[in-house]
Write a protein that binds this ligand. Structure first.
Ligand SMILES: *[C@@H]1O[C@H](CO)[C@@H](O)[C@H](O)[C@H]1NC(C)=O
Ligand SMILES: *[C@@H]1O[C@H](CO)[C@@H](O)[C@H](O)[C@H]1NC(C)=O
Ligand SMILES: *[C@@H]1O[C@H](CO)[C@@H](O)[C@H](O)[C@H]1NC(C)=O
Ligand SMILES: *[C@@H]1O[C@H](CO)[C@@H](O)[C@H](O)[C@H]1NC(C)=O
Ligand SMILES: *[C@@H]1O[C@H](CO)[C@@H](O)[C@H](O)[C@H]1NC(C)=O
Length: 418
């Protein structure tokens, strides 16, 4: 592959959160017995879900690292099976014709263990180990809620069947986890895109249900209002699918731009207003003229219409979860703030203007979360913790960050009323 191509795909690699630090496995100390703990339900980040396909009997579709390492020739086939199509008649996304998928092991954190070593640091596997170190037990007090990251929640009144089904399953999981643990309400712990899912899930449940079943939401590495990084990623996947630096990225190649979740984390006008985010000589693009940007990077009118009707209203309607909440984020790492394509050639490597954040999540979106949740009178409790020099993935893989996260979860357990 030519260096230019590798550079073009750099932002894609970032989004897929393949940044990780090698390090010793976490040893977090040993704690109390499981009895007395509030059950924890984990929602991992983007791409941290294993999905299987029914084609030739159920087999591992995402992520089948072993098969792809052994035979890169399988790539086009995997890419094609992961692709979503938009069904106009049904008004919703679905699998390509003839493909049937399901997430692996809903209810458990078992499916967070990948055969790809890079995913150990990106997909909560070390957090699971750390929680087990303080007495949590898989299947007894520790549960997982994997979701198919290709789909996203949509605006009220718009069909989003995959997300509705996920919500139904998560509702049952939360209720059962609570019942099995002396009716203690659960602590939802999310990383990255899992936070977006959890917020939308909570906002769609009746308030009395939330207050009865959810002790606390602990959200790691997620703000509100999306990121200019996503604009850069959408620009970098313009044109025909090109090879990316890793097999994983090539397979995704951002879903050949077909995923329903693609527009979910675009910058929101509610947070960014008309601040220029993508800068060219002749014209700037902000959250407020996003449809023009999407058209400029090659999306069809139909696709832009889906951004307007499915994704945009959600970001405009952001609401506090009204359950006690702790938000933990990394800062001190250069994070995309603005992207400059001076000649408006979006297939060129842009100049990036960095701000503060965790390398993926910009600090501005964390400050927006503090305003939009912390200042709401009905929000029972809100705490925001910023950990210096902590990247998006080291939050759930570095010993020192994990210690902070586990300490907060134990403190939430102690809180009599929050
Ligand atoms: C991975 O894919 C290969 C080839 O498609 C298949 O034979 C294998 O069973 C898959 N692995 C899992 C764990 O399903
Ligand atoms: C990408 O999408 C286009 C248009 O939908 C389709 O023609 C092409 O085959 C897809 N490529 C892959 C690798 O899925
Ligand atoms: C675009 O934004 C930059 C930075 O805010 C500003 O200096 C420039 O004048 C703007 N350009 C146009 C064409 O509006
Ligand atoms: C845009 O940039 C790409 C990559 O540098 C280059 O191959 C292409 O010719 C450029 N297009 C125009 C219209 O300048
Ligand atoms: C930030 O973290 C890196 C990697 O863990 C470490 O090498 C570096 O010394 C840290 N810098 C500061 C200022 O703490």
């Amino acid at each position: 592959m030519e260096p230019q191509q590798q550079r073009l795909f750099a932002p894609l690699v970032l989004l897929l959160a393949t940044i990780f630090f090698a390090g010793a496995p976490a040893v977090i100390g040993h704690g109390e017995a499981a009895s007395g703990l509030h059950p924890v339900v984990l929602l991992p980040g983007y791409t941290c879900i294993q999905a299987s396909d029914a084609g030739r009997g159920w087999f591992r579709l995402w992520e089948n690292y072993t098969a792809l390492q052994a035979d890169p020739g399988l790539l086009p086939c995997y890419q094609d099976q992961l692709r979503l199509v938009y069904d106009r008649a049904g008004g919703d996304y679905r699998n390509a014709h003839g493909v049937e998928t399901r997430v692996v092991s809903f209810g458990t954190a078992r499916s967070f263990r990948f055969d790809d070593p890079a995913q150990k640091n990106a997909c909560m596997e070390r957090l699971v180990e750390a929680l087990e170190g303080v007495g949590y037990r898989e299947g007894a007090s520790l549960f997982g809620a994997p979701y198919d990251f290709r789909y996203a929640p949509a605006a009220p009144g718009v069909t989003a069947r995959a997300f509705s089904d996920f919500s139904t399953s998560l509702t049952r999981l939360v209720e059962r986890a609570s019942e099995r643990n002396g009716n203690r309400p659960v602590i939802l712990v999310t990383h990255s895109f899992g936070g977006f899912y959890a917020m939308e899930f909570l906002n769609k449940r009746p308030l009395p249900w939330r207050r009865r079943h959810v002790k606390h939401l602990v959200m790691l590495c997620h703000g509100v209002g999306g990121s200019a990084l996503i604009m850069q990623v959408l620009a970098s996947t313009m044109g025909s699918p090109s090879p990316a630096p890793t097999l994983r990225d090539t397979v995704l190649s951002f879903g050949n731009r077909s995923f329903g979740s693609m527009f979910s984390l675009l910058p929101s006008p509610k947070v960014y207003g008309d601040t220029p985010l993508v800068i060219t000589r002749a014209k700037n693009y902000s959250a407020e003229n996003m449809p023009e940007f999407l058209a400029a990077v090659g999306f069809s009118d139909d696709e832009v219409a889906r951004y307007r009707t499915r994704a945009l209203p959600l970001t405009l309607n952001f609401r506090a979860p009204l359950v006690p909440m702790t938000s933990i984020n990394g800062v001190g790492v250069p994070t995309v703030d603005k992207v400059v394509y001076w000649d408006a050639n979006f297939t060129e490597m842009p100049r990036v203007v960095n701000g503060d954040g965790d390398g993926i999540v910009n600090l501005e979106t964390v400050l927006a979360l503090q305003r939009l949740v912390g200042d709401v009178p009905d929000q029972p409790y809100f705490k925001s913790i910023l950990i210096p020099n902590t990247t998006h993935n080291s939050m759930i893989s570095d010993d020192s960050a994990l210690r902070v996260v586990v300490k907060e979860i134990l403190e939430v357990n102690q809180a009599t009323s929050s």
